[in-house]
Design a protein around this ligand. Sequence first.
Ligand code: KIV
Length: 271
Amino acid sequence: MSIHNDIKRVTSHSLQVLKQNGEKISMLTAYDYSMARILDDAGIDVLLVGDSASNVMAGHETTLPITLDHMIYHAQSVVRAINRCLVVVDLPFGSYQGNSKEALSSAIRIMKETGAHAIKLEGGVEVLESVKRIISAGVPVMGHLGLTPQSIYKFGTYTVRAKEEEEAETLIKNAHILQEAGCFSIVLEKIPAALGKRVSEELDIPVIGIGAGPHVDGQVLVMHDMLGITKDFSPRFLRRYLNLYDDIKAATEQYIKDVKTLDFPNEKEQY
Ligand code: KIV
């Protein structure tokens, strides 16, 4: 039986309860007030203020250019909109890789200035010290393994990660390290479904997948991709629920026509 409706306010503990009950966790990205309001009203469990804002909001090719100040602006807008879901905010590239002190002060800025509930950062053992320091300050941390877009220039491509045994073993080891360090959840991006299954079976904490198959404890998609606002990004793992690009374009074309032909505004649409 679903316990979704029993949860009045989603916390990191609720996600654990969902996993224990075998109920999948729903997560989407959000970056602004109006969309976050709709997604929360629909009953989404987690909203991620992802650094994918760098791509879908700002038009950059990668997630690298977005700054901590930008992330804080987006997170503040999302937090103002929500009543129920858990809000997780990405630490952007350059705000935590330097050292654990810098990582903690970035996490503190996010928590203090936005009212969000948790942060997410990319990497395994290489960010362990930062993860521990942030958690010991009382800030819940979500990990992120597999394809980690902030390292795109190291990988060189956005293809599926951890297909080979050695990389898969490293990923499993890192997942355990993050759990033992106290992460409340982990995102696995673009890895084989069998590996996603193994990690979520081995870990007690919820594992949320994006292109990690159906056996993980929850799914996340970038909202603009799932609603079909983006057009040119079509990885195999993406399901588009709407084609908003075409719908918005058609509505805008109609509006232009109505303005040009003096159809808008009509008698009822004026004072
Ligand atoms: O920034 C983002 O949108 C993400 C998701 C892909 C998980 O990290």
